[in-house]
Design a protein around this ligand. Structure first.
Ligand code: PMP
Length: 443
């Protein structure tokens, strides 16, 4: 009998891409021998580059010892050592690490930890989790309930307990007379208004991407924003959950995105660059008092079979060591600054590049009809995806998403691995400039 099996991918089911053969450093090769610059680290995942010999070596060594030991049966050294390393890099007092296998699982875990903590504290009426629109927090139903991205949530609307949202601080679209600092406070204060509207005693947590990811295209709020959010959460006794799935593990030039503002969340989600594409690995990071309250009350009613397995943790440990020993966070700041200014220079040639933003190597450019009004390009044009296709043909991989929460707005994420050199910035820019020229000629 004929076998018609196919595997399916995220979002686009009819993407015709060549098959991957091998990858090394910042490059990938397809089976035809064509080389691609990984200009977005997959999906902001491959932070330490591909086929890193020290990570592969650590994986091999762990594989020869054990790959799986169920966590109810055994502790494992790699899991404990990785937790110690993470606690050294993360701000105090975040030193409790709960492993998962990806970003959606990490976000679900944060929400469930927050909820059980409220129950343990004698506040079972707290259940509403406020998040932002647009935002992306994962594909599972719980993570989708706090996601603000219409095309992803709409098919599942009747099945979701859709949670309340406040607008993301898209200050670059505002045409008012406020200063940046005032705008930051204005958006942050929307959280207080929402809490008042919902009834403060019913609100459990606020979930935020400290720097926007794929949903808003590396959106950086004014410096007043996140500290004010922290104050509001403290004032109402609600937990601040940082979704650091994309921003964490050094991507933005600090270990956590929140570190740019010295804001410490109560709970944080890590994934993507934490396993860096070598293994599926994520984590929920939180404080001892939260974990202890939950464990003492009724244990944490949650967990995943594969979580914390020795192979995943040994790999995560090698990735984190690589970040520290190769000084990749400092490199991210230097190379990110150079890449960001080179991207901004492209605005001189291409009037449809409306904005360049981001921190470290979490960078994006938004494509618009008109830079003054920031009006979007016609959605049917599918502009960012068109640029992605052109760049792909030219051997540069970048990442396209919609910017305005629905099916409109275009941005390109340019987020190469944290090992990228200054010379490689020139390579990215050259390919991107050629791609934008071709796109421009098609307009
Ligand atoms: N949160 C954020 C901020 C993300 O960017 C993503 C992935 N794009 C997720 C959660 C979900 O992660 P995963 O795809 O690993 O489940």
């Amino acid at each position: 009998m004929q076998n018609n099996a196919q595997s399916h991918v995220f979002y686009q089911t009819r993407l015709h891409r060549p098959r991957l053969d091998r990858a090394e450093g910042v490059y990938l090769w397809d089976v035809n021998g064509k080389r691609y610059f990984d200009g977005c680290s997959g999906a902001m995942v491959s932070n330490v580059g591909h086929s890193n010999p020290r990570v592969l070596d650590a994986m091999r060594r762990q594989m020869e010892k054990s790959t799986f030991g169920y966590r109810l049966h055994f502790e494992n050294d790699a899991a404990e050592e990785l937790a110690r390393r993470v606690a050294e890099l993360a701000p105090a007092p975040l030193d409790r690490v709960f492993y998962v296998s990806g970003g959606s699982e990490a976000v679900e875990s944060c929400i469930k930890m927050a909820r059980q903590y409220a129950i343990a504290r004698g506040e079972p009426e707290r259940y509403q989790v406020i998040s932002r629109y647009p935002s992306y927090h994962g594909s599972t139903l719980g993570a989708l309930a706090i996601t603000g991205y219409d095309t992803l949530t709409e098919p599942f609307a009747p099945m979701l307990r859709t949670m309340p949202k406040i607008p993301a601080p898209t200050c670059y679209l505002d045409r008012d007379n406020l200063s940046d600092a005032e705008r930051g406070l204005r958006y942050a204060n929307m959280l207080a208004d929402k809490i008042e509207e919902l009834g403060p005693s019913t609100v459990l947590a606020f979930v935020v991407e400290p720097i926007g990811g794929a949903s808003t295209g590396a959106l950086v709020a004014p410096d007043t924003y996140l500290p004010r959010i922290r104050e509001i959460c403290n004032h109402y006794g609600i937990l601040l959950i940082a979704d650091e799935v994309m921003t964490g593990a050094g991507r933005t030039g600090q270990f956590l995105g929140c570190d740019h503002w010295q804001v410490v969340p109560d709970i944080a989600a890590l994934a993507k660059g934490f396993g860096a594409g070598y293994v599926p690995l994520g984590a929920m990071l939180t404080r001892a008092d939260i974990v202890d309250a939950v464990l003492d009350h009724n244990a944490f009613q949650h967990g995943f079979t594969s979580a914390g397995n020795p192979l995943a943790c040994a790999t995560g440990l090698a990735v984190v060591k690589e970040i520290v020993e190769q000084d990749l966070i400092a490199n991210t700041r230097t190379v990110g600054a150079a890449l960001k200014s080179a991207l901004a220079e492209l605005m001189d040639e291409f009037p449809f590049v409306g904005d360049v933003r981001g921190k470290g190597l979490l960078l994006a450019m938004e494509l618009v009809q008109d830079r003054e009004s920031m009006e979007v390009l016609p959605p049917a044009m599918n502009a960012a995806n068109r640029v992605v296709d052109i760049a792909y043909d030219r051997g540069l991989i970048v990442y396209a998403r919609r910017t305005r929460g629905g099916n409109s707005g275009d941005h390109l994420m340019v987020c190469p691995p944290l090992i990228t050199t200054l010379q490689q910035v020139d390579e990215i820019i050259e390919k991107l400039r050629d791609s934008l020229r071709q796109f421009s000629s098609e307009l």
